[in-house]
Design a protein around this ligand. Structure first.
Ligand code: C2E
Ligand code: CA
Ligand code: CA
Ligand code: CA
Length: 277
């Protein structure tokens, strides 16, 4: 059976039936992980490709399992989404991200934090109220947050997703379409949704200096985004050559191992000190 990915459509998978006992125990493990405080917030800096300055960071969750070590999100986020556990996880990520933002602000860094939301989060009618509460408690402005949403998360229930996104956008939160180009890519959504940012999927970026096809796709996506008045971000920048190429194409911001791998949130301050733009 095909490997299920967070950004992929949720399809019936025969192998999953056989392993339903396994997923049930995974759900139990996830609950224990929350109780035992085994989740860790990692962040990856987001850089202006023109100036080299840090403009924000993306929150990425890790699970530090006592026996298995670092478990990557691809291994448990799909389960978390299927079972609804994702809401607990998202709450945790939002809380930690707000805490980090507060800390950054008090140290004079005004960085936007990007958080990944899943389908289930978008179907939560209380999400705007939860954000309002979070901003108040941490004394943050809505401009401190960018919400990354995949196309497939929107496609799951477009009407409700649009409703939630409009409410979040009206509050002043930035919205980003994540993994752009890999989903159903219904361009109509770009027109209808209150989007601020397009994030080009790393599959087009990783090897773009050697692949004319990738370069064409990236160039067209940047132009499309800019024509629609959106900020364009590239993920998966692993070399200076790719940074240069993207900067030449006018891509606004980027993330990637060339600048920094995702790092534990408490290491961000040290990283910011060392990063010379
Ligand atoms: P994503 O949102 O597309 O995140 C980008 C992924 O690309 C991250 O993987 C990041 O570590 C990786 N990456 C960044 N730069 C490079 C690079 O230069 N080269 C390569 N090869 N990879 C790079 P990660 O952290 O393993 O996360 C995988 C996915 O899991 C994320 O994809 C996102 O869909 C999901 N995820 C992670 N944290 C959360 C979360 O808190 N909530 C939700 N709903 N999903 C999350
Ligand atoms: Ca993302
Ligand atoms: Ca992405
Ligand atoms: Ca991805």
């Amino acid at each position: 059976a095909a490997k299920q990915r967070t950004e992929g459509p949720v399809v019936y998978d025969a192998a999953m039936d056989k392993s339903s006992a396994k997923s049930l125990s995974l759900l139990t493990e996830l609950r224990h992980a929350a109780e035992r405080d085994e989740f860790r917030l990692y962040v990856q800096p987001k850089i202006s490709l023109e100036t080299g300055k840090v403009v924000g960071m993306e929150s990425l969750v890790r699970w530090v399992h006592p026996e298995r070590g670092n478990v990557f999100p691809d291994e448990f986020i799909p389960f978390a989404e299927q079972t609804g556990f994702i809401r607990i996880l998202t709450r945790w990520v939002l809380e930690k991200s707000a805490e980090l933002c507060r800390e950054l602000t008090s140290r004079g860094h005004h960085l936007k934090v990007s958080v990944n939301l899943s389908t289930r989060d978008l179907l939560d009618q209380d999400l705007p109220a939860k954000f309002a509460d979070l901003l108040t408690r941490y004394k943050l402005t809505s401009g401190s947050f960018c919400l990354e949403i995949t196309e497939s998360a929107i496609m799951d229930d477009p009407v409700r997703a649009q409703h939630t996104l409009e409410r979040l956008s009206a509050m002043g939160l930035d919205l980003s379409i994540d993994d752009f180009g890999t989903g159903y890519s219904s361009l109509a959504y770009l027109k209808r949704l209150p989007v601020n940012e397009l994030k080009i999927d790393k599959s087009f970026v990783l090897n773009m200096e050697n692949d004319v096809g990738d370069t064409k796709i990236v160039r067209s996506t940047i132009d499309l985004g800019h024509n629609m008045g959106l900020r364009v971000v590239a993920e998966g920048i692993e070399s200076e050559a790719v940074w240069r190429l993207l900067a030449d194409l006018g891509c606004d911001q980027g993330q990637g191992y060339f600048m920094s791998r995702p790092i534990p949130a408490d290491q961000l301050f040290g990283w910011l000190e060392k990063w010379r733009a």
